[in-house]
Design a protein around this ligand. Structure first.
Ligand code: UTP
Length: 289
């Protein structure tokens, strides 16, 4: 079954990037000149997604503004002959069919996904975490959709992380299937050192069957006092298994300060307008470090 719908949860408080995220959603923090969430919408579109639901919350209305038309700005760019900028601006508003729903209380990622229930209906759907930008030739969301279509099971994007980092993420019990695909039979959110099952962690993307909503409905609050999506996915892993895709792509965690800086530098040095200048600057700076 072709995956046509995607959900982008973007309602979190972003406490790790304060004060930047006090009045501005962290999902709007730019990598050079484009907000994180635009990269994510573009990935979804390149993956064949037709309808996108963004989960927002109070203070996040500028996300909607970003994907809307902006007639005044468009007119000004046209009048001053800045056709390329005008075309780029128009494209943003035409990227995809995007709708929005508010998560009224920040009760965790699992709770945010519950807000997508009526949008999703009974189809499988992709989830792209609003603060995880993944760049690469083959869109990660498409890699996961292909695995879902092949196995008919929920799929998650996984990567091996360090022993220190895994305690902040999740840990998977995996069995290698073929190439970059694994079968996951168990998982735990924010494991203590003795609970680590492997260094594979879910990072940023998943494709889920709609039965996840019935499971989420009965998922109690977990780590950090939040309703955890991982706890609901664990039940799927126990009952029918989940496919882990060790995806091709570079992930930037826009939910933490170092991730934001790495993204700015790595994308910046390849950027058509500033790449050469930035490289020169970094080389000179490195000599002084
Ligand atoms: P995070 O746990 O990274 O986001 O959730 P957070 O809660 O904003 O982070 P900190 O710890 O306070 O810095 C991953 C994604 O899920 C969304 C976030 O916006 C982010 O894109 N999320 C999280 C929600 O939509 N609702 C929630 O209740 C929690």
């Amino acid at each position: 079954m072709k995956i046509k719908k995607a959900v982008i949860p973007a309602a979190g408080l972003g406490t790790r990037v304060l004060p930047a995220s006090k009045a501005m959603p962290k999902e709007m923090i730019p990598i050079v000149d484009k907000p994180a969430i635009q990269y994510i919408v573009e990935e979804a579109v390149k993956s064949g997604i037709e309808d996108i639901l963004v989960i927002t919350s109070r203070g996040k209305a500028i996300v909607e503004d970003h994907f809307d038309r902006s007639p005044e700005l468009e007119e000004r760019l046209l009048k001053s002959g800045k056709i390329e900028a005008y075309n780029d601006l128009r494209k943003i508003a035409e990227l995809a069919n995007i709708t929005y729903v508010r998560q009224k209380e920040t009760k965790g990622l699992g709770h945010a996904i519950m807000c997508a229930r009526s949008f999703v209906g009974d189809e499988p759907f992709a989830v792209l975490y609003g603060d995880d930008v993944i760049l690469g030739e083959n869109p990660t969301c498409r890699q996961l959709c292909s695995a879902y279509e092949q196995y008919g099971l929920g799929t998650v994007g996984i990567k091996e992380v360090s022993k220190e980092d895994i305690q902040k993420y999740s840990s998977m019990k995996v069995e290698h299937l073929k190439n970059n695909l694994y079968k996951i039979s168990d998982m735990i959110e924010k494991p203590k050192p003795e609970e680590i099952m492997s260094l594979f962690s879910i990072l940023g993307r998943c494709v889920l069957p709609s039965k996840i909503f019935a499971i989420l409905e009965n998922t109690p609050t977990g780590a950090g006092g939040e309703i955890q999506l991982t706890d609901a996915m664990k039940e799927l892993a126990h009952t029918e298994g989940i496919i882990g895709v060790d995806f091709d792509g570079t992930r930037y965690d826009m939910g933490n300060k170092l991730g934001i800086m790495k993204a700015a530098i790595e994308v910046g040095i390849t950027h058509k307008d500033i790449g050469d200048g930035l490289k020169e600057y970094i080389k000179n700076l490195a000599k002084t470090l």
